[in-house]
Design a protein around this ligand. Structure first.
Ligand code: FE2
Ligand code: FE2
Length: 331
């Protein structure tokens, strides 16, 4: 980037994206002042309702001794917070890169404001993990590979589609359930503040992709949807299975439950029934996941695209179209 290019910075005039920058200031929060960090975290506090974690809603898990459940749930939350804290650092890098790569004034401004939000989120999660005062579980190899791929990406469309459009829509559903299920007031507070920022970030992803799609011929739109819809559907269909169960069993053993391994088949069976019910709720349109709402709002679920990809009858897609409310269509 040269000075001459900065002299020619163009504002796209997109009202939604321009207003995100103003909102980043008016909805600002102070990491020190708006969070009461003096709230203690007891060593045996599960931090969230047991139903939040994978397998936590199964009758078998619910019938376990409180001490065992508390350990397993807290370990699951610790691991998630560890993924989130490093995910925030990745998002900060993505935004820093976007500031350098984007040529549109309003898009750059959003990325700069988001970079500061992500720095604050990282600090909040880090500080909460420190207050938990334990070694949290490491992140998994799949997540690390995905973050590494993102860190080596340079193209703004790829960056925004991966981070703001895909990952932040995925994360929004996690934040919503975490906010509902958090039992510790400090955790609930930071999630509430962070979610406020994340909905702006996701909004940028949707508006950017929608704008890009609008300018593409049909072939380009189909190619983009062909790249992203399978990933979106894949991540929604990926429900708790044997890998997560392995972690749950390990945590139960750590808590001293000697017959933990014997519970495997029944935990898996009960969780599979829960998975099926969750997917049915998404397919009915009763609870449309943010990933599909974002896909719809960005134009990926247009009839001509679904027809070209041959997925118009996919149950989750049908649910997303059925669940479209007037408000969302208008926005
Ligand atoms: Fe964030
Ligand atoms: Fe974010």
């Amino acid at each position: 980037m040269r000075t001459r290019e900065l002299l020619r910075l163009r504002n796209t005039g997109h009202p939604g994206i321009n207003s995100l920058f103003a909102k980043a200031h008016s909805a600002d929060w102070d990491f020190e002042r708006d969070v009461d960090w003096r709230t203690p975290i007891a060593a045996d506090d599960p931090l969230v309702a047991h139903g939040f974690a994978a397998y936590g809603r199964t009758p078998t898990f619910q019938a376990l001794p409180e001490r065992v459940k508390a350990h397993a749930t807290r370990r699951a939350v610790g691991r998630l917070l560890n993924i989130l804290q490093v995910g925030e650092s990745v998002a900060q890098n993505v935004c820093a890169r976007l500031v350098l790569e984007l040529r549109e004034e309003d898009y750059r401004n959003h990325a700069a404001a988001q970079a500061m939000d992500e720095a604050r989120h990282h600090l909040a999660y880090r500080r909460f993990i420190d207050a938990m005062n334990e070694d949290v579980e490491d992140i998994d190899a799949g997540t690390e590979m995905m973050f590494d791929a993102l860190l080596s990406t340079k193209d703004p469309l790829d960056l925004i589609a991966s981070e703001q459009f895909f990952l932040e829509s995925l994360a929004m559903s996690i934040f919503e359930s975490l906010r509902e299920e958090a039992t510790h007031p400090l955790l609930r507070r930071i999630i509430e503040l962070i979610t406020r920022d994340e909905s702006r970030h996701m909004g940028f992803g949707v508006l950017y992709v929608a704008e890009w799609m609008r300018q593409q011929p049909l072939d380009g739109r189909i190619a983009f949807a062909r790249q992203w819809l399978p990933q979106i559907l894949g991540s929604l269909l990926d429900r708790p299975g044997p890998i997560l169960l392995g972690r749950v069993i390990r945590r139960l053993r750590e808590a001293g439950l000697e017959n933990a391994d014997e519970l495997r088949p029944q935990l898996l069976r009960e969780q599979q029934a829960i998975n099926a019910a969750d997917l049915a709720a998404a397919a009915s349109g009763e609870k449309v996941p943010h990933l599909l709402k974002s896909a719809r709002r960005a134009g990926l679920l247009a009839p001509e695209i679904l027809e070209a990809l041959g997925i118009a009858d996919q149950p989750l897609i049908r649910g997303a179209l059925r669940g479209a409310t007037e408000v969302e269509v208008a926005s």
